[in-house]
Design a protein around this ligand. Sequence first.
Ligand SMILES: *[C@@H]1O[C@H](CO)[C@@H](O)[C@H](O)[C@H]1NC(C)=O
Ligand SMILES: *[C@@H]1O[C@H](CO)[C@@H](O)[C@H](O)[C@H]1NC(C)=O
Ligand SMILES: *[C@@H]1O[C@H](CO)[C@@H](O)[C@H](O)[C@H]1NC(C)=O
Ligand SMILES: *[C@@H]1O[C@H](CO)[C@@H](O)[C@H](O)[C@H]1NC(C)=O
Length: 300
Amino acid sequence: MHILTLLQYVALASALPRQHHSNPINCPIIFDGRIPQNLTLASFDSAATSPYSPTYVKGENLTWSQILLLSNQTPPSRFDNPTQHKPIEVTINDASLFHSGAGLQIGFRRAGLLLKDDKNAAGADSADEGAVTFHWSVRQDAARPLNLSHEYMNVWHEKADYSGNQFSFVGGVVLKVDGGTGEDSPEEREKWRVQNARNEFIFETKIRYDVWQNFAVRLDYVNSTIQVFYSSGQEPLKEVTMPLPNENSGGGQLQLGIAKKPTETETVVWDGYQEAMPKGEGQIYGGVFVEKSSDGCVSR
Ligand SMILES: *[C@@H]1O[C@H](CO)[C@@H](O)[C@H](O)[C@H]1NC(C)=O
Ligand SMILES: *[C@@H]1O[C@H](CO)[C@@H](O)[C@H](O)[C@H]1NC(C)=O
Ligand SMILES: *[C@@H]1O[C@H](CO)[C@@H](O)[C@H](O)[C@H]1NC(C)=O
Ligand SMILES: *[C@@H]1O[C@H](CO)[C@@H](O)[C@H](O)[C@H]1NC(C)=O
């Protein structure tokens, strides 16, 4: 009778979704972008309380507390500690616009988080030297879906002089000027892709609507390589590319949020088509952190 009870218990436990038994982060953290559970939306308007810059990169008349959403509906992602962290959603709408001089940049809509300690100048912080792994997880909000006929560049590491990115993480129909076909088809729409410094696709996976998708990109600045890691749900990360040659110089910053590109565009910044977004669009993030990977360490 006791044995049967034990067996039933074991069967039940193994049928449950895999939980966080231990902290999967086992390399030194350089920047921690995970959201402590006691933060409120107002916390993101002050550098004293936000892990991110309260100032950049957002529409000029908006505050982060207007842009971000906190919800307790979304379960924690793999690299969030369920007793300490919670997910955060970045949203865009028709006000996610920027001026450059006198001109309004009508091409794109953007809201981008910058880790507040991540300095732009080349070599100014330890995320630009040795080997470093950038981690983030994404989940989709059914109430604020992305329109994947557009290109979304949602995570990237941009060089300090803004001449390019060491890597980019894009979804939807990637514009020709960014290395895609620009052709709106179901196959083109439903993909997340990682691009190297030359905008070549080095990894792609289907966009999922039911689970977290966990991504990591390791840049080795000494050996000039890039390697991509991926898993879904609570599964450990797997390497999905070899360490591939990549031009990693130039320093810069991790950019994270939503950058929705226009369709029918030539300049991406100054022209093109954007439909109105009465309900806005959102991208949920969890488990954002940057770790030191010099001795080959990558948290899985
Ligand atoms: C959240 O809790 C931490 C640790 O207890 C504390 O240091 C911090 O001030 C709190 N932050 C806010 C915004 O309440
Ligand atoms: C921000 O508000 C100012 C003042 O009302 C306005 O002139 C400007 O166009 C607004 N900016 C954007 C991007 O809408
Ligand atoms: C660079 O390559 C060497 C030789 O394969 C390796 O030992 C080292 O860990 C790599 N990365 C760094 C950051 O030194
Ligand atoms: C999605 O974007 C395409 C291309 O801009 C546009 O034609 C279409 O109307 C948009 N769909 C929705 C639901 O807004």
